[in-house]
Every structure is written in structure tokens, then in C-alpha cells.
Ligand binder design. Structure first.
Ligand SMILES: [Zn+2]
Length: 304
């Protein structure tokens, strides 16, 4: 082996020991596994912090065919670590999956590989009775629903390059959670898709607030979700607010955390007034409450 090869190997070994990847889950205590294996429950968010060198310009994570853009923890050229919110979809298969990180730096490209153990979450079954025409759709409504689903998919597939959110995430409305995230649903005796958000019981007309800063990317009146607002928080993070009686923002409007975006209602397919609050993170359907539980060891830089 020639001397320069030895030096490169030594440098790689040194870099690997200097830059360990630190993973935290959204729910304390941190569940660090053995030998670099980390874990998150179905529907949870895993916060991944990667220490980097001064020359790093981008960090991207890939987990189960979903891409997670990372963002610098400190602003400007002083970034010494990047953070990524990696979503575990509520239907990701339990077991160990690979998380690959690509670190782009003028000092060289690095690829890091980690194991993430997806833990099965036990979910209760929810039985609902709804009007027959809202469950067994006629052809017109079936076409309508498919068109609306395609529209939502297109909106959620776009990834804004800048992080728009900052600081803690808020619950959009006060009230008891009635239809817990991920519950298997039996509607009129038929097994349906699991519930992909949190339902919060609140009186008709109660204010609904944006969970964090962002841009309204869609306001709609859909067959199932009724009057709804979709907010793009940047870097592939979206929040959704459904069954509203009133929408008070417009497409393209910049909203601040806590800003009223509409009022609680029972529009669409709903058994009564409540807010359905959903979160999509780079294609993963995650529990919105897992965002509220997030805490960062160090405060994040403010968004310019
Ligand atoms: Zn719901």
C-alpha cells in the first residue's frame, strides 16, 4: 500500500470518529439502540443531527425511498451541524431499515449509513357510522374524490427548499383529541384506511391557528375533508386543517405561527364539529402531536 492510501484511510477513520451522528427521537427518553441502530415508532418523527465541517453545503437523507432535506443548525458559514426531521410513516413496515445520509462538502462527499428500527405501534380500532352516500360513493363522487386526491398528492410532492418554520409547534385548537392518529377505522362495517391525523373536538366556530410559520399552498372544499387549509412549512413539511366551517386565508398567503386560518366546522365527511389536523413530512404521514413534542437541544437559528 502506498503512503497516500494509508493517509486517506487514516483520514477517513479520523473523520468517522470526529463526526458521529447523533439521533434523537421526538419522544423522550431517547431510544438509542446498540451499534448505531436507532428507533422510532410508526408515525413518529426522528430528529437526526449530523456534525459537519465548515465546508459542508448540503445534507440529504434517504429513508424508505423518501428524501429528507437537512438544514444548518447555525446560520451562515458558522454551521457545525445539520438537522433533519425524518418521518416514519404510520404504515412503514416494522423492522430495521437503512437511513443513508449524503453530506456534500468542498472537502469531499461523504455517505453515511445508519439503521433505524421501526417499531410497531398498537392502535385502537374505531367504529363509525356515517351516511351511506358518504361511504359507498356513486360514480360522480368517486371521480371527484380521485381528482381531489391527485390534487393533494401534487401539492404534497413539492418540496420548498427553505425552512419556513421556526421554534415550537402549536396545537391549532384547544380541546380533547377524539380520533387518535393511526386508528384503524371500520366505517359502516367496512374496513377503511387508517386515520392519518388527530381529531380535536372543539365547538363550531372556534378559531383554528397555524401550527407554525409557512405559506398557504392550498385552500379547498373536498368531498371527505370538507373546507381545508394546507400549509407548506418548507423542506417537505406540510400541515392540514380539515372540516372547517370557514377559511380565512388565501392560496399563497404567508402565515405566522398562531395566526387564525379558519374556524372549526363539520364540512365534508364528519360526524360533528371537530378539527382534523394532519401532517405530511416528505411523504410520510406522521402524528402531528409528535411535532408538538419535539424539543431541540440548542435553539434553532431564526429563519431569514
Ligand atoms: Zn380526522
Amino acid at each position: 500500500m502506498i503512503r497516500s492510501d494509508k493517509l486517506i484511510i487514516m483520514a477517513v477513520v479520523l473523520l468517522t470518529s470526529i463526526f458521529p451522528v447523533d439521533l434523537l427521537t421526538s419522544a423522550p427518553p431517547e431510544r438509542h439502540g446498540m451499534d448505531g441502530q436507532f428507533s422510532g415508532k410508526q408515525g413518529e418523527i426522528v430528529v437526526v443531527r449530523v456534525p459537519v465541517d465548515q465546508q459542508t453545503s448540503a445534507v440529504t437523507g434517504r429513508f424508505l425511498n423518501r428524501t429528507t432535506p437537512f438544514f444548518p443548525e447555525a446560520s451562515g458559514g458558522a454551521a457545525l451541524s445539520y438537522i433533519g426531521l425524518v418521518g416514519v410513516d404510520l404504515q412503514d413496515a416494522p423492522g430495521t431499515h437503512e437511513l443513508v445520509l449524503d453530506v456534500v462538502s468542498s472537502a469531499g462527499h461523504r455517505r453515511l449509513s445508519y439503521n433505524v428500527l421501526v417499531i410497531k405501534e398498537k392502535r385502537a380500532v374505531q367504529y363509525l357510522t356515517l351516511p351511506k352516500d358518504k361511504v359507498d360513493l356513486d360514480e360522480d363522487n368517486l371521480i371527484r374524490v380521485k381528482t381531489e386526491q391527485a390534487q393533494v398528492r401534487t401539492v404534497l410532492e413539492a418540496v420548498s427548499e427553505r425552512r419556513l418554520w421556526a421554534g415550537d409547534f402549536l396545537r391549532p385548537v384547544a380541546g380533547p383529541v377524539t380520533g387518535a392518529f393511526g386508528r384503524q377505522r371500520i366505517i359502516n362495517g367496512q374496513a377503511k384506511n387508517p386515520h392519518t391525523g388527530e381529531d380535536i373536538a372543539a365547538p363550531l366556530g372556534a378559531d383554528v391557528a397555524a401550527m407554525n410559520d409557512g405559506i398557504v399552498c392550498l385552500t379547498a372544499d373536498h368531498f371527505f375533508s370538507g373546507k381545508g387549509v394546507f400549509i407548506d412549512h418548507g423542506l417537505g413539511l406540510y400541515s392540514m386543517y380539515f372540516h372547517l366551517s370557514e377559511v380565512s386565508v388565501k392560496d399563497g398567503e404567508i402565515v405566522k405561527r398562531g395566526q387564525v386560518i379558519g374556524k372549526v366546522g363539520a364540512s365534508g365527511r364528519a360526524t360533528g364539529p371537530h378539527l382534523h389536523w394532519g401532517v405530511n413530512l416528505n411523504g410520510a404521514r406522521v402524528d402531528p402531536l409528535s411535532l408538538v413534542k419535539l424539543s431541540f437541544a440548542r435553539p434553532l437559528p431564526t429563519v431569514q
